[in-house]
Structures are given as C-alpha cells and as structure tokens.
Design a protein around this ligand. Structure first.
Ligand code: BTN
Length: 252
C-alpha cells in the first residue's frame, strides 16, 4: 500500500480483484483508519447500480475511494453529485489535451454520457462498522467509479462508448486517476465547506435532458432539476413536484 499517494489517500494498486467496491467494504470491516483508493486493472465481478454487472476487462479504469468519513457529515446523494462533476471535469480535461470535442453530460444520479452513450458510472455504498479499540461506531463511504477507456460493453440494452472511440488516447490509467483525484478534491472541499449550492448550479449546467419529459415507475413528468440535497426533482402533470433520492429514470 502506497503511503499517501494523493494528499491524505493511500493507494492499493491491484492487478485483479472481484470488485474494488467489495475490497473497500472488506477493508472497512477491519476498521481501517484514513482514506484509501483501491485501483484494479481488472475486476472479475464488477458491480453496477441495482445489482447489475459492470463489464471490467483490461484497459479501462476501475477504482473505489474508501472514505473514513464522519457519520454526521456524510450525505450520499450530494457526494454522488460531487463525484459526477469530478468525472465530468476529468473527461473534459483529457478531451482538451487530445483536441477532441465531446458532448459530455451528467445523467442523474450518476452516469456520465457522451451524447446519449454511457462512458462512465458511479456506485456509492456505505457501511457502518463497530471497532473494538477504541469501541466506536464508524461510518465509511465507498465511491466506486468505472470509466470506459479502450473498450465498452456491446451486449447490454443501452448504448455505451469509450474514450478511445471518442478520439482520446490515455497512456497511463494511474495518471487518469490522479487527474480525477485533483477534481474530486476540489469539489469535495467545496462540499465540506457547505457550498453545495455552487456544486448544484455547476451540475445543472451539465445535466442531461434538463426540462425534458421522463418516466419514473410508469409515472410521466418533467425532469426539472435536483434539490439542495442532490435529489431528483420531477414535475408531474398536476404541477406537483416529486423529490426522489433513488429512481430509474427513463428519458422520452
Ligand atoms: C453504474 O453505472 O451502474 C455504476 C457502475 C460502477 C462501476 C465501478 S467499477 C469500480 C467499482 N467497483 C465495482 O464493482 N463497481 C464500481
């Protein structure tokens, strides 16, 4: 394990693991102290949202942040928004370096799209652990990120893309992670300083299909934004606005 590879994060660099999120959960259960990054070249059981499989062959970026975070201060929907922005900025940064013009968008809660195609996904999980010495309850937050760098799944119901296909060559995956960490730190500090309103504004400027019709659980409405907790706002035909922290959103 590298001592403080990025600021106060230690790096665990693996060739193969079932899932970097699962490894982070296992580390959390040991009561480990401090923040960690678990990076893997490939995953044998990569996990997506709603128990979906995340295709994880060699050449793409798979990592999880294990945040040793105070239970009182953690706010998962907001940190999902923070992470989405950091991935967005990372993609824009590498695109600029490759002179590639990308229509990059953030789809609530945590997909990063190029046009209508999925490039990256984020999986947030949390775990409470009771430690023995000293006896206290700790909460860890796990932020798993997958970015399609040279390949993407072709056998799933939705269209995907990868950076190479979009004209961006990444020579060093660890360098890509480092770029992400710089943006994550920038937004995390803002979030920590209770400046979620500027984060929210920035996210909304990059939102996929804002003010477009959507369907959620067979209910039709319009995606009108996110609230100050990072939750989805959908306006129904009656004028009522629904606030949801979890939902499968279908854009018409
Ligand atoms: C999604 O869009 O459904 C979320 C996908 C998250 C995938 C990443 S890859 C690294 C980390 N480890 C996992 O098993 N999943 C996340």
């Amino acid at each position: 394990m590298n001592k403080h590879w990025f600021r106060n994060y230690k790096l665990l660099n693996l060739d193969e693991i079932d899932s970097t999120n699962s490894e982070a959960i296992r580390l959390a259960k040991t009561g480990i102290m401090g923040n960690h990054i678990i990076l893997a070249k490939r995953q044998t059981s990569g996990r997506g949202r709603n128990n979906k499989y995340w295709h994880s062959c060699d050449g793409n970026l798979y990592f999880s942040l294990l945040l040793d975070i105070d239970a009182q201060t953690s706010n998962e929907p907001q940190l999902s928004i923070v992470t989405g922005l950091a991935v967005y900025e990372t993609i824009k940064f590498v695109a600029k370096k490759s002179f590639a013009k990308l229509d990059c968008k953030l789809k609530w809660p945590n997909d990063i799209l190029i046009g209508d195609k999925k490039l990256s996904g984020i999986l947030l999980e949390s775990i409470n652990v009771i430690t023995n010495k000293p006896k206290l309850q700790k909460k860890y937050l796990i932020i798993g990120v997958g970015i399609n760098v040279i390949t993407n799944p072709t056998d799933i119901h939705r269209e995907c893309t990868n950076l190479l296909k979009e004209g961006i060559i990444i020579k060093d995956l660890q360098q890509l992670l480092f770029i992400f960490m710089n943006y994550f730190e920038k937004y995390f500090i803002k979030w920590h300083d209770a400046d979620f309103s500027s984060i929210r504004k920035s996210w909304l400027e990059k939102a996929y299909k804002l003010n477009h019709p959507v369907i959620i659980d067979k209910i039709s409405g319009t995606f009108v934004g996110i609230d100050f907790a990072g939750r989805l706002n959908v306006k129904l035909e009656s004028g009522k606005v629904l606030t949801l922290s979890e939902a499968e959103v279908i854009y018409k």
